[in-house]
Design a protein around this ligand. Structure first.
Ligand code: 13P
Length: 280
């Protein structure tokens, strides 16, 4: 079912689950993550990373999402991930995305607030949810010290959430985007303070490669949404590579794509198991 983030985040709170926000950029990936959510009977946010939105075209992604969501018996949202400008968020709202992230965390506070508020006004007017980011969520090839240097300041996060009216806020607590050079070190005390004191649901990015037990602890503490991308892309590419290596380039293209889809679904099912570990 087509949904924005509101019902989904309410479900997360009521049932003490963390919502999977899984990045996809084509039909097979969309089918895989939505099928996994349907099997687990849990809502899901399918996301398009901003560069993938440019690559695939948001109208194509919206069409694929629409069919997948209508076939599912649980609420599915479609979100823009790391939207880089008001214009990109507006394009997604117009295309029928049900959530948009505006990521101006690298800008100064006042500009981040002003632009985020513009996106909130536009999006909420159309029933679309908004996520923003505060702190720097680094790339995973950085050192642990560099990642920690970007931690979200809880005082600023509390103010930002009130000042902007966002539906959820992505924070920096030790995870990072991509393939980790070092096992991440999560600052659970900071995360707990953010969850307990910021007035909107808290989002963690960089779910790939983060040890399952760390994800489980973040779920237990009450993060509302976990973004995962790289683990899906890696599973997708590896499955295609394996089939083509084994069968050669003469193999049936369906075999290649079906293997990729199945591999993504397997990862999604595993992630959803962890995200739903404390479900009530
Ligand atoms: P990973 O690719 O590290 O899972 O991060 C995804 C993400 O946070 C997208 O916003």
């Amino acid at each position: 079912m087509i949904s924005n983030y509101s019902d989904i985040l309410a479900f997360a709170k009521e049932h003490k689950v963390t919502i999977g926000a899984f990045n996809t950029f084509n039909m097979e990936m969309m089918q895989a993550v939505v099928s996994a959510a349907d099997k687990k009977q849990v809502p899901l946010i399918a996301q398009t990373y901003h560069a993938h939105a440019d690559y695939a075209g948001v109208d194509f992604m919206r069409a694929i999402y629409g069919v997948a969501a209508e076939h599912a018996s649980v609420n599915i949202a479609l979100g823009l991930d790391h939207g880089k400008s008001f214009a990109q968020a507006e394009t997604c709202v117009k295309a029928g995305y049900t959530g948009v992230m505006i990521d101006l965390a690298s800008e100064d506070y006042d500009r981040n607030v002003a632009e985020t508020k513009r996106v909130v006004e536009l999006a909420h007017g159309k029933g679309v949810s908004v996520e923003a980011e505060l702190g720097v969520i680094a790339d995973a090839d950085r050192s642990l010290e560099e990642i920690a240097a970007g931690y979200t300041d809880p005082e600023v996060a509390r103010r930002f959430a009130k000042d902007t009216g966002v539906d959820c806020l992505a924070v920096s607590v030790g995870t990072a985007h991509g393939t980790y050079a070092h096992t991440p070190k999560i600052n659970f005390d900071l995360l707990k303070e953010l969850i307990d004191t910021v007035c909107c649901p808290i989002v963690v990015h960089g779910g790939s490669g983060t040890p399952d037990e760390d994800v489980e602890e973040m779920v237990r503490l009450g993060i509302a949404k976990l973004n995962v991308g790289t683990d899906f892309f890696d599973a997708y590419k590896k499955a295609m590579f394996d089939v083509m290596t084994e069968k050669g380039l003469g193999c049936d293209v369906i075999e290649v794509m079906a293997a990729a889809r199945a591999a993504v679904e397997k990862v999604a099912l595993h992630k959803l198991d962890i995200l739903g570990r404390f479900r009530v």
